[in-house]
Design a protein around this ligand. Sequence first.
Ligand SMILES: N[C@@H](CCC(=O)N[C@@H](CS)C(=O)NCC(=O)O)C(=O)O
Length: 308
Amino acid sequence: MNELILHHYAGSPFSEKMRLILGHKGLTWQSVNVPVMMPKPDVVALTGGYRRTPFLQVGADIYCDTALMCRVIEQQAPAPSLWPAGAAGQTDLLAQWADSDLFWVAIPYTMQPAGAAAIFAGAPPEFMQAFAADRAAMTTGMKRPSTRDAAAALQSYLGWLEQMLSDGRRFLCGTEASLADFSVAQSIWYIRRAPPVAGILAPFMLLAAWYERAAAFGHGHSSKLSSEEAIAIASRSTPAACAVQPGLGFEAGATVQVSAMDYASDVVSGELVGLSHESITLRRLDERAGTVHVHFPRIGYALRKTES
Ligand SMILES: N[C@@H](CCC(=O)N[C@@H](CS)C(=O)NCC(=O)O)C(=O)O
């Protein structure tokens, strides 16, 4: 198996999703700590401009977005599966809802002043200001709910999850853990990190017991790696071969741009070397990282030809 390198930071919910998945599969991985806000020169050297956290590196292959990272990890370590028998399809739908709707009420709810004070306890005011400005720029054009709107939606969402668990199932899609559990767990994890506002979880006892089961998977076995070393690994590796499927509207070798459709829509440019209904792959050359393949999920990412 190729070495998995997770670029992440401690306080990132999507990173927690991936850490728990690595734990669920009992994997050994390398851990690179990335900055929580821009600038991120060592991130951009590998991704070509994608700034979101986390991302996964396997040699000179860079996988953006947890939706794709989960598929790559599943291929490398199929058991225990993130798509257990009977849960496939269902688990993807629930994970997509959790990664978008649930996440985007859990974060604004938790970041109300009392919650933010707990999350950033000990951080200087300049850091909090810089963080707020970074996230405002990253989400320009996105409508973020007020604390009250977020709290109202969160109450309903937590109730839905509690109802799912009311038949005694151990995990959201059945007896085995699936992708959906880890996508939901990241938001619950984040709210729990802010005790002054975490009381919203208290009435949901089945969800609390379920969360303990998900968290008990732990984070697998990691060792620290510097970002410089990760870039050096990319530069001495060769990216895996991939192909552009015909009939999808793009030719192999085209100069293209990819950007996220929801937020943090920084553009990544490169040569199209891989395309399917599931993923997009760009080849790019970086001064420090050498030739890398940057992969994105197809869902949620805009792909367009670069105007010449
Ligand atoms: N759809 C993306 C979302 C990732 C995401 O929003 N991550 C947050 C951190 S949890 C982020 O990138 N924040 C800005 C940053 O880290 O620079 C995924 O599944 O990976």
